[in-house]
Write a protein that binds this ligand. Structure first.
Ligand code: DGI
Ligand code: FE
Ligand code: FE
Ligand code: FE
Length: 192
């Protein structure tokens, strides 16, 4: 796939090496999950590859980039500007990598916090980001359980990831984006 190769080359020139390998891991995990769950595997591939395409600058720089380009910034994102790499990534996917597809751009936008009632593609990127093979199971509690669960029940995997992420943010005293909390509540209610 020649187009994909061009995207990979461009991304590899911009991202730090580790972040680039992570992106390749998310790409192939998302591709496989799309085959399992009946999503568009080409869209999953591109969204997985590009989901962190803004993650090569500091939070301060992301904040400046968002303001300079009219990307709206919420209060929690002023305080935790690293969160901005998701929506700034969608902006770059469109403007730097010429991705027009709204489903791909939305999956990139929501890959960090999730959002209530996600599309299958959005859930696939959210989950693949968390469990791709370069993530180390020593640093992330329940990672092996989530990995086993993910290809059997996507919603359950989303809920488990959100629960573990919120527990981690709470333990470390970090601010929780209301979208992360709303997403958890949505899937908690949905799965009863
Ligand atoms: O960019 P990645 O590291 O591949 O993964 P990501 O975009 O899912 O970001 C993961 C980090 O984001 C992780 O340290 C937890 C953090 N995060 C997720 N939801 C929230 C959050 N951080 C804050 N402050 N608030 C949130 O709601
Ligand atoms: Fe990310
Ligand atoms: Fe994530
Ligand atoms: Fe990521």
């Amino acid at each position: 796939n020649e187009d994909l190769y061009q995207l990979e080359k461009k991304l590899g020139d911009l991202l730090p090496k580790k972040r680039y390998f992570h992106s390749l891991g998310v790409m192939s995990t998302a591709f496989s999950m799309a085959l399992v769950f009946g999503a568009d595997s080409e869209k999953a591939t591109i969204a997985g590859l590009l989901h962190d395409c803004a993650k090569y600058m500091t939070g301060e720089e992301m904040l400046k980039e968002c303001i300079a380009n009219g990307v709206p910034v919420k209060q929690v994102e002023m305080l935790k500007p690293d969160l901005l790499h998701a929506k700034l990534g969608a902006f770059y996917a469109k403007t730097v990598y010429n991705i027009e597809d709204e489903e791909i751009l939305s999956a990139i936008t929501w890959h960090t916090t999730g959002k209530p009632d996600m599309t299958v593609l959005e859930k696939i990127i959210f989950v693949s980001d968390y469990l791709e093979p370069n993530r180390s199971s020593s640093g992330i509690p329940n990672l092996n359980d989530v990995r086993k669960l993910s290809f059997r029940n996507l919603d359950e995997a989303v809920l488990q990831i959100l629960g573990d992420t919120i527990a981690y943010l709470t333990e470390t005293g970090k601010l929780i984006d209301e979208t992360t909390a709303d997403t958890y509540d949505f899937y908690k209610r949905k799965l009863g």
